[in-house]
Design a protein around this ligand. Sequence first.
Ligand code: AMP
Length: 472
Amino acid sequence: MLSKNIKTLNKHHNDMSIKVFNTLTRKKELLKPLNGNNINLFVCGPTVYDFSHIGHAKTYVQFDVIVRYLRYKGFEVFYLQNITDIDDKIIKRGNEQGKNPMTIARKFEKEYLSDMKELGITSIDKYARATDYIKPIIKQIKTLFDKGFAYETSDGVYFEIDKFKDYGKLCHQPLDKIKEGARVSVNKEKKNPSDFSLWKKAKINEPSWDSPWGKGRPGWHIEDTAITETEFGPQYDLHGGGSDLIFPHHESEIAQMEASSGKKPFVKYWMHTAFLNIKKEKMSKSVGNFTTIREALRKWDEKTYRFYYASTHYRTPLDYSNEAVNKVKQGLERINEFIRKVKIANGKKKNEIEKLIGETLDVFEKHMDNDFDMPQAIASVYDFIRAVNKLELSKQNGKAIIGFFEKIDSVLGVMTFEDLEVPSEIQILAEKRQKAREKKDWATADKMRDKLKTKGYYIDDTSKGPVVKKIS
Ligand code: AMP
């Protein structure tokens, strides 16, 4: 029964036609990787000078769901993310706190990775620190010099945008308009106020690296193209990030890479997530209206919080509110309750559940294939629950349904399959053990632990406190 069901489920892998909204063409396009089923994906990672905020969580959870879905469909995705560990903001924070900027960067990189783990972000294959790519960065700048796109001033090296006629193709603005928008520049040596920095010459007490232009550090845009050229080569499939990065960051990445390699397009598909706003304003560290992921996770459990983003379309802006998360929490509880109910299904009547599962998967995939329409895809899961709730289920039906939910959850990563119910007798023993530990009464704590063990339970002492678990 179950194997037949799995066969039905796997049929869904064969059709790999996914449409993606490409910022470059402003159209939904069929996703056709450059090389067979392999997708090289790069998403801009954080600048690590503070705790990550919930706007970051939106972007990274949504890309996690997208990558999980691409893999579910059978694509071989290599997901690369950079860590900006050298930047003006990091240096400024270091100066404010009297600390070495690299100490700040390492601390907040660690905090970022821990937040990502809490949010169930499992899809990233490699994190690349900018400072580990100084050599390729210098090499790329040298190439830009050789090809006539770069020039040196007293404070650094710049990219001359007038030399790159395509500048503006991602943000869909003509070069003249871009230049008009940046008429004034503090640096009088720049040929054009919109020319962007490739290399910044070091000021006193700044972290710096040797280069043909003296000691200094890379500009923001060049780190990403040096990282991706090293890891993927001059062209790759997909580049993502928040929509605030379209201009100037991603626009300038295109200029750098297409100018230095002479190959077009640098990236085939550009995907951008819409902002998380707070009272209609973009949440950002610089505006100061931000809530950290840490704070949010004190209020909500990780899976609820993840579901808040996983159930929103990545291109729809989201206005953060407690009421909205609460609604999502109730929705997730409905799914989890349904799973618990189905697990103990023991009815006599056998229903044609496979057909319903197959149909629901078709609808789920149809919506996900359409530029990852997560809200519609999830609506199909609730339709399924409504339909099944009217039926009496056999044990086999229950198993098939759990298999189906596990499959959907390999994409969403929000459901709870383990038994949550802990008998009160067990709970009391766990609490007694905890109290004894707090009093450093190890003998009593051990006795409680042994009692729990004989009843088939153990305590997992997690960073969030003790959790009672069943011995499997
Ligand atoms: P940053 O550390 O500010 O460079 O941001 C890291 C990533 O998070 C980038 O892809 C940003 O576009 C994204 N991001 C920053 N703020 C928000 C926000 N309020 N909503 C959604 N994504 C954001």
